[in-house]
Design a binder for this molecule. Structure first.
Ligand SMILES: Nc1nc2c(ncn2[C@@H]2O[C@H](COP(=O)(O)OP(=O)(O)O)[C@@H](O)[C@H]2O)c(=O)[nH]1
Ligand SMILES: [Mg+2]
Length: 388
C-alpha cells in the first residue's frame, strides 16, 4: 500500500521525548487506497490539493463512477476566488498594466520615446532588466522589420509575450511520490518571508485533502518561531514536533521524521530558520538538515520549497540563486503579492528559473495562499473584462 494512502490508525500519538504535542490529529474516515498516484508529479499534486480535490480518487480501480466534481470548486467559487486574486494583484496591476495602458493611450506611432517609457515601466514593476530587454528588443525588432507599427497592437503583443514567459514555467516537476513513508517538504527562505505562515496554509490544504500531516519546528533560532508554528498546529489541528529554542535543528528534524515514519504520517512539513549567526552557517545548517532527513528516508526531502517575499523585488531573485547553490530547490512560493506593486517579479522568476512556482501568497488569511496557475495569473493581471 502506498505511503500516501495508508489507512489511518486512530492510536494515540506518542511524541518523542523533548517534543511537545499541542493537539491530536483528527482522524479522517478511512478511504480505499488508489494505486496510480505514485508517479504523479508533485506540481500536479499541489495543484489538485489547492483546488480542493480529494487525492483519493484518481486512478481508482473499480467501476463505480469517480465522483470527480464532488469536492472540486463550483463555478461561482471559481469566480469569487478569481476576484480575490485580482484584488490581491491590484497594486501590480496599477503599476504595470494601468501604466502601460496610459502610456499607449492616444498614441499613433511607436517611436523610440514610447519604447523608452515602456522600458522604464517594466523595470519599475520588477520584471527585471533581462526580461524587460527581451520584451522591448522584441518590439524594436518588429517595428524595424515593419511587422509592427500600431501602438495598440504592440500593447497586445506585449501582454501576449508576458503571458508566454509566465506559461513557459509551467513544466512538470521531475519529482515522484515516495513509494512508502511520508512525503517530506523542507521549507527554506530568509527571515520574515512568510515560511511559517505558508507552512500553516499548505498544511491546511493537505489536511483538507484527508492527509495526516505533521509539522516540525526546525527553526529553533527564536522561541517565537517555535510558538508560531505550534499556534498553526492548533489552528489546523495537526501535531507539531518541537524542542526548546536554541536546540539543534537537525535533532528536531531527526525526531520529527522518525516519529512520522513510525506513526504513518502522510506529509511532513519542516520549518527552518531564515537567519543564523552568519549566512554561511545557515546554508551549512540547511545542508545538514537535508542530510539528516535523507538518513531516515532515502529520498527525503521530496520537495525543498524556497519561500520568497515578492515585496523584496530583485533581492528575492538573489535569494533564489543563493539557496539553489546550497540545496536543490524544487519549488517556490512567492508571498505578499498583495502588498507590492512589483509583482512583475513573478514574470522575472518564471523566465529566469527552471524552478516551478507552486504557490503565491495574496494575503494573510488561511486561503490566501493560492496555487500558482500562470494562465489564471496572467488573466488576473491583464484581463480587461474584470470590474475593479
Ligand atoms: N500580506 C501578506 N502577508 C503575508 C503573506 N505571507 C506571510 N505574510 C506575513 O509575513 C509575516 C512574516 O511571516 P512568517 O511566516 O513569520 O515568516 P518566516 O520568518 O519566513 O517564517 C507575517 O506577519 C505574515 O502574516 C502574504 O501572502 N501576504
Ligand atoms: Mg518562521
Amino acid at each position: 500500500m502506498l505511503g500516501w494512502f495508508k489507512n489511518k490508525s486512530s492510536d494515540d500519538l506518542d511524541l518523542p521525548e523533548g517534543s511537545e504535542q499541542k493537539v491530536q490529529a483528527t482522524e479522517e474516515p478511512v478511504k480505499e487506497a488508489p494505486k496510480s498516484i505514485l508517479h504523479e508529479d508533485v506540481g500536479v499534486l499541489f495543484k489538485r490539493l489547492t483546488r480542493g480535490e480529494s487525492l483519493v480518487q484518481k486512478g481508482q480501480e473499480g467501476e463505480e463512477p469517480v465522483e470527480q466534481a464532488e469536492k472540486s470548486i463550483l463555478h461561482e467559487d471559481v469566480g469569487v476566488l478569481f476576484k480575490r486574486l485580482t484584488k490581491g494583484l491590484e497594486k501590480t496591476r496599477g503599476n504595470l498594466v494601468v501604466r502601460v495602458d496610459e502610456l499607449f493611450l492616444g498614441k499613433k506611432v511607436i517611436d523610440p520615446e514610447l519604447l523608452d517609457d515602456l522600458e522604464e515601466i517594466l523595470i519599475t514593476a520588477d520584471l527585471g532588466v533581462e526580461t524587460t530587454m527581451a520584451l522591448v528588443d522584441d518590439a524594436r525588432d518588429k517595428v524595424s522589420r515593419k511587422e509592427l507599427s500600431d501602438p495598440q497592437v504592440l500593447k497586445t503583443v506585449l501582454k501576449e509575450k508576458i503571458k508566454e514567459f509566465l506559461l513557459s514555467s509551467d513544466k512538470p516537476a521531475e519529482l515522484v511520490m515516495p513509494e512508502e513513508g511520508p512525503f517530506v517538504i523542507m521549507v527554506v527562505g530568509v527571515n520574515g518571508v512568510g515560511k511559517t505562515t505558508s507552512i500553516g496554509k499548505i498544511a491546511n490544504k493537505f489536511v483538507n485533502a484527508g492527509q495526516k500531516v505533521l509539522l516540525v519546528a526546525g527553526d529553533t533560532f527564536r522561541a517565537a518561531a517555535v510558538e508560531q508554528l505550534k499556534i498553526w498546529g492548533q489552528r489546523i489541528n495537526v501535531p507539531v514536533i518541537a524542542q526548546e529554542a536554541g536546540a539543534d535543528p537537525s535533532s528536531v528534524v531527526f525526531d520529527g521524521i522518525e516519529y512520522a515514519v513510525k506513526r504513518d504520517f502522510d506529509v511532513v512539513i519542516v520549518d527552518t530558520a531564515g537567519r543564523l549567526h552568519t549566512k554561511v552557517n545557515l546554508m551549512e545548517e540547511l545542508k545538514k538538515i537535508k542530510r539528516v532527513m535523507g538518513k531516515k528516508i532515502s529520498d527525503a526531502p521530496h520537495e525543498i520549497m524556497l519561500v520568497i517575499d515578492a515585496t523584496t523585488g530583485q533581492n528575492g531573485i538573489s535569494q533564489a540563486r543563493e539557496f539553489s547553490k546550497a540545496v536543490d530547490i524544487t519549488g517556490l512560493t512567492l508571498t505578499k503579492l498583495d502588498g507590492t506593486a512589483k509583482g512583475g517579479i513573478v514574470v522575472n522568476i518564471c523566465r529566469e528559473f527552471d524552478i516551478p512556482i507552486r504557490f503565491i501568497g495574496i494575503g494573510e488569511q488561511m486561503d490566501d495562499l493560492r496555487d500558482f496557475d500562470p494562465e489564471e495569473f496572467a488573466e488576473a493581471l491583464f484581463g480587461s473584462d474584470i470590474d475593479q
